[in-house]
Design a protein around this ligand. Structure first.
Ligand code: ADP
Ligand code: ZN
Length: 211
C-alpha cells in the first residue's frame, strides 16, 4: 500500500519512515530531504527553496509540485511513503492529478498525532547526521559519542530550521496550511490518526496497524 504520512513538524514522520523503509522495503519520498539534498548540491532548485526553508516558511506550491512529479514519474512498482507532501490543499489536489496520470494510488493518509506542547522540545533537541541523515535527540536518543553518528561516524549537527524562532513559524505554517488536510483526506475515506507519543516501537505498531 502507498501511504501519505503527515503531521506537525517534529511529529516523527522521518523516524517512522525509516522503520517502514527498513522493515517493509517501502520507498521514502521526503520533500524536505529532497530540498536539503538540492541545497547541499547547490542546485538552482536548492537556492530557491533555501530562502523559504531558512525562515520556516513553506516553499511555494509551484516549486514543490513539479519536483514531486519528477519523482513519481520515475517510480517503479515499489510501495512508497510520501513524507512532507502534500502539505497544503492545493498540493493535495495536484497530487491527485499526478497519481492518476501515472496509474498510482494512495491507500491511506496517516496522521501522526502529537500534542503541540511536546513539539518544541522534540524539535529544539533534535540533531541529525550530516552524512547519512540519521536523527537523534539530545535527551531521548543521544549519540554514543558526543557529536558523532552511531551509524556512519559523520558529524551530527542541528538543522538550521530547528532553532526556536524558526520552529514557531513552521508550527504556524502547519496549523494554517497542513492541518486542513485532515478533513480533506477524511472526506476521501483515507484518513487515520495514529498516536505519535510514547516509544518509537509503539508508534510503529499503531501505524502499521492502520495500513
Ligand atoms: P518538518 O516536517 O519537520 O518541518 P521537513 O524536512 O519535512 O521538516 O521540511 C522542511 C522544510 O522544507 C519546510 O519547513 C518547508 O520549508 C520545506 N518543505 C518541505 N516539504 C514541503 C512542501 N510539501 N511544501 C512546501 N514546503 C515544503
Ligand atoms: Zn550517519
Amino acid at each position: 500500500m502507498n501511504i501519505i504520512l503527515f503531521g506537525a513538524p517534529g511529529a516523527g514522520k522521518g523516524t517512522q519512515s525509516a522503520l517502514l523503509v527498513e522493515r517493509r522495503t517501502m520507498k521514502h519520498i521526503s520533500t524536505g530531504d529532497i530540498f536539503r539534498s538540492h541545497i547541499k548540491q547547490q542546485t538552482e532548485l536548492g537556492r530557491s527553496a533555501k530562502v523559504y526553508m531558512d525562515q520556516g516558511k513553506l516553499v511555494p506550491d509551484s516549486i514543490v509540485v513539479g519536483m514531486v512529479e519528477d519523482v513519481l514519474k520515475g517510480l517503479g512498482s515499489q510501495n512508497f511513503i510520501l513524507d512532507g507532501f502534500p502539505r497544503t490543499v492545493p498540493q493535495a489536489e495536484a497530487l491527485e492529478g499526478m497519481l492518476k496520470k501515472n496509474g498510482l494510488e494512495i491507500g491511506k493518509a496517516l496522521f501522526l498525532e502529537v500534542p503541540m506542547d511536546d513539539l518544541m522540545g522534540r524539535l529544539t533537541g533534535r540533531r541529525v547526521c550530516s552524512g547519512c541523515g540519521a536523527t537523534y535527540h539530545i535527551a531521548s536518543k543521544p549519540t554514543q559519542r558526543a557529536g558523532v553518528c552511531d551509524l556512519c561516524g559523520s558529524e551530527v549537527i542541528q538543522r538550521a530550521d530547528d532553532k526556536e524562532d524558526v520552529i514557531r513559524t513552521r508550527l504556524e505554517a502547519y496549523e494554517t496550511s497542513t492541518a486542513p488536510l485532515k478533513a480533506y483526506f477524511a472526506a476521501q475515506g483515507k484518513f487515520s490518526a495514529v498516536g505519535g507519543t510514547g516509544q518509537t516501537e509503539d508508534v510503529y505498531r499503531r501505524l502499521v496497524g492502520q495500513m
